[in-house]
Design a protein around this ligand. Structure first.
Ligand code: FAD
Length: 483
């Protein structure tokens, strides 16, 4: 029998569920990735994710050829509308089934349903598997068989359920001989960015290693630091987190490898590994929130929060533009926005700070921020991004209470005390003394002069006053309490 593995966000050879099942079941296995025009066509022409995927496919193609032991055993790469192209290719290759991994984003589910029906009409099947998470969908539920809506009990149930079965790797390498040679006409390799209609984004300058090997290198580097993760992770100037989110997003790192390693180190007593494992469980948590509650795409998890009146009109547009461009006058917020704009990454503490600032200082709809992050983040993931934004706006599943409002200055003093992060991204403020850096509008004239800072010229005045904004927010959220 023969099968076709459709790679999507699982761009690796090792421990890949759909690839493993196809190789075990079929004597001839083809592999394909489709640069999906439905996703790509609306994007701006410079997109770091497209470049990341392209480079990762080069590594995947090589990995598949190595595994097959044949020069033409690699990846078929297409640039087409996936929902039409997959059935067409399956038909051309005369396979019995297409194998893919679950993707529970609403648009992906709709696409897969379409493909499944088209394949059925051809007498073929679409077989899908869990791969991106340790537990998904209804696997971790409360005793009354409802989805969890609070993280800590979810995490405890997750930890009670997890064992070697869920964490062990799929031994793909045992079955490499079942990879098929690509037929002539389908051997053209990975297209260039230019052929896909995209421009280079300078990914190499970001020192963001791509592909399976890149993921492995970052993971090994992180394992040297994992024990200190819980102490270091909150300080954006410190190399504390793993920077693996983009690899988990595109599956160039196996989530089972990540969780298995963290679990073993945590069992051996590493507090850092236990905290990092918790972050991976948050990842599963938000995936299952999206799977059970697809209404969170576009609407509040808690419907009462949809009654909130956000700022609108030209003033709101101007505030939003200042936030996007890092011109709010709050240095930590502006440095964080410079980080996402320049690199496509933002430290987790800063994601919380800038999200809270957008919603609770500027009074803007969280969906505006969610959309901006979706466009900019290399690791953009619908479930985690939506979960993060709804956490910050208090409308989400197990979110920050609405009356908890981050103070952007005290967050700055606490998490970037010497201003190393701020100075890196806001060179205009670099010469200010530490104490003045977090709120330059309060600096003494001499301090400003010596640091060559001219408020309103070299650096903006704050666009809102935090204490007044806080009061407005409490009034704005009163509709929720009233409801
Ligand atoms: P590490 O600290 O090393 O964490 C390890 C991994 O755990 C991450 O790579 C990620 O896969 C997962 N993780 C960590 N925190 C979370 C979390 N809160 N929710 C879900 N998974 C988590 N993460 C994304 O992957 N994509 C997003 O689009 C995204 N948007 C966010 C938006 C907001 C407003 C907020 C507050 C958080 C968002 N996060 C998102 C979560 C988190 O900020 C990033 O996962 C993390 O900063 C990535 O860096 P890292 O890989 O170095 O993380």
């Amino acid at each position: 029998s023969s099968g076709l593995v459709w790679f999507r966000r699982d761009l690796r050879v090792d421990d890949q569920a759909a690839l493993y099942h196809a190789l075990r079941q079929c004597a001839q296995v083809h592999c394909v990735f489709v640069f999906d025009r439905e996703i790509l066509d609306p994007l701006p022409r410079a997109d770091r994710r497209v470049e990341f995927i392209r480079e990762s496919l080069v590594a995947l193609d090589e990995g598949l050829r190595d595994l097959s032991g044949q020069p033409h055993g690699g990846l078929i790469v297409r640039h087409a509308v996936a929902r039409d192209d997959i059935p067409a290719l399956a038909r051309q290759l005369q396979v019995q089934a297409v194998f893919a991994n679950h993707d529970d984003e609403p648009q992906a589910l709709e696409r897969d349903a379409h493909v499944r029906t088209a394949l059925q009409a051809l007498g073929m099947r679409l077989l899908t598997f869990k791969d991106h998470t340790i537990f998904e969908r209804g696997e971790v539920m409360t005793q009354s068989a409802t989805p969890y809506s609070v993280f800590t009990p979810y995490k405890n149930a997750w930890l009670r359920k997890v064992d070697d079965f869920y964490l062990s790797a799929y031994p793909v390498e045992r079955y490499g001989r079942n990879l098929a040679q690509r037929p002539e006409g389908l051997r053209h390799g990975v297209p260039s960015l230019q052929a896909l209609g995209f421009e280079p984004t300078g990914l190499a300058q970001l020192r963001l290693p791509t592909g399976m090997q890149g993921a492995q290198a970052l993971f090994e580097d992180f394992l040297e630091r994992i024990d200190a993760y819980d102490d270091a992770r909150d300080f954006p100037a410190v190399k504390g987190p793993s920077y693996l989110s983009v690899h988990l997003r595109f599956g160039t790192l196996s989530p089972r490898l990540a969780a298995r390693t963290a679990y073993a180190r945590s069992q051996a007593g590493s507090a850092g590994a236990a905290t990092w494992l918790s972050e991976l469980i948050w990842r599963d948590f938000y995936f299952q929130v999206l799977a059970h509650h697809p209404h969170v795409v576009g609407a509040s998890f808690k419907p009462a929060y949809d009654a909130i009146q956000w700022e609108s009109g030209a003033d709101a547009d101007a505030l939003f533009a200042a936030w996007c461009e890092g011109r709010t006058g709050y240095p930590l917020v502006d440095a964080a926005m410079a980080q996402i704009n320049q690199t496509g990454y933002m430290h987790n503490r800063l994601r919380m700070v800038v999200a809270s600032f957008l919603v609770k200082d500027l009074g803007l709809d969280w969906r505006w921020g969610e959309r901006y992050f979706a466009e900019k983040l290399n690791d953009f993931d619908l479930s985690a991004n939506n979960g993060g934004w709804q956490w910050a706006s208090s409308s989400g599943c197990d979110a920050q209470p609405y009356f908890r409002i981050f103070n952007p200055v005290s967050q700055s003093q606490k998490f970037d005390p010497q201003g190393q992060f701020i100075r890196r991204y806001l060179p205009a403020l670099a010469k200010l003394p530490d104490a003045a850096l977090h709120a330059p509008w309060k600096a003494r004239p001499l301090e400003l002069q010596e640091a060559e800072v001219v408020m309103g010229t070299t650096y903006p005045h704050p666009i809102v006053e935090h204490d007044a904004a806080r009061e407005r927010t409490l009034r704005r959220y009163a509709v929720v309490k009233a409801g």
